[in-house]
Ligand binder design. Structure first.
Ligand code: NAP
Length: 273
């Protein structure tokens, strides 16, 4: 039987590239997104169907679940991909900004997973893949909320893997490095303040570093799609899949040298004293 994958946040970047990758491999793809009416291209591709799904809206998740399970007999993979980053010093991030980021990156991912789990349980098979980040294993300055969400996704996914083991359902984590998507544009929100200026030198330094970063710093989303394909189809119990040479290098640097050496390295890189 033809296999089916459900993807959240398929309107752009990694989600979109993965939709195209799996469709080309002959899978059915349920490409979900907040605003399907704006999507002109994906539904013209063979094997892809577009559905409305906002991960922060339980009714919309349930609506997508009903439509997708009516359209496809089996669901073989779920890719929880939707996410964005809140950028800026913690102190000047508002409670609303922080909660919103957890609503999308953590609670949204959990709500989608919980809604689709009955289908996986009934089938006694399937793979749930959660997009974490190298930022779920290592940290950089001025992005504390984003790292917190990805560390949460890491812990959640590992525990879910224990719970679903006996039910024939696998859980996988994908940990991309820097990927050339719209993540630094539409998916980056900024916390700023006119009153608190003590953090400005860090912020300016970070902005300069980000602006100076050339295209070499980024891998393509199709590379992540291939890693996701391997995770979905390799039939192993491997939990973590690192996507990108930068991520491989930095994660292994931390594992090899220890926490203190890694934090020292980051402080040097970002000129933090
Ligand atoms: N790019 C990187 O360097 C990088 C590195 C590590 C991890 N990641 C992770 O990769 C994932 C995808 O990011 P990307 O790089 O592909 O960025 P992207 O191109 O900006 O894609 C983000 C996607 O998330 C969707 N989204 C945001 N809020 C949503 C919501 N409430 N409900 C449903 N969808 C929502 C966006 O949909 P709209 O079109 O509706 O805005 C968009 O499709 C994220 O989880 C991100 O944390 C990215």
């Amino acid at each position: 039987m033809k296999k089916t994958i459900v993807i959240t946040g398929a309107s752009s970047g990694i989600g979109r590239a993965t939709a195209v990758y799996f469709a080309n491999k002959g899978w059915n793809v349920a490409a979900t997104m907040r605003n399907p009416e704006k999507e002109m291209e994906l539904q013209t591709i063979e094997n892809i169907k577009v559905y409305q799904l906002d991960v922060t809206d339980q009714k919309s998740i349930e609506g997508a679940y009903k439509s997708i399970t009516a359209d496809y007999e089996n669901i073989d993979a779920l890719l929880n991909n939707a996410g964005y980053a809140l950028y800026g010093p913690f102190e000047i991030s508002t409670s609303e900004q922080i909660r919103r980021e957890f609503d999308v990156n953590v609670f949204g991912l959990m709500d989608v997973t919980r809604t689709f789990l009955p289908k996986f349980r009934e089938q006694k098979s399937g793979v749930i893949m959660n997009i974490s980040s190298m930022g779920g294993k290592i940290t950089f300055p001025l992005i504390s909320t984003y790292h917190s969400t990805k560390f949460a996704v890491e812990g959640f996914s590992e525990v879910l893997a224990y719970e679903l083991e006996g039910l024939g359902v696998r859980v996988k984590l994908i940990e991309p490095g820097n990927i050339a998507t719209d993540f630094g544009g539409r998916s980056m929100k900024f916390a700023t303040s006119e009153e608190v200026t003590d953090y400005n030198p860090y912020v300016e330094n970070m902005m300069a570093m980000m602006q100076a970063a050339g295209p070499d710093m980024y891998s393509q989303p199709e590379m992540v799609a291939e890693v996701i394909w391997n995770a979905a189809t390799d039939g192993t119990d491997q939990i973590r899949y690192i996507a990108g040479d930068d991520a491989k290098e930095l994660i292994s640097m931390r594992e090899k040298n220890g926490d203190e050496a890694f934090v020292k390295f980051v402080k040097e890189q970002y000129a933090i004293k």
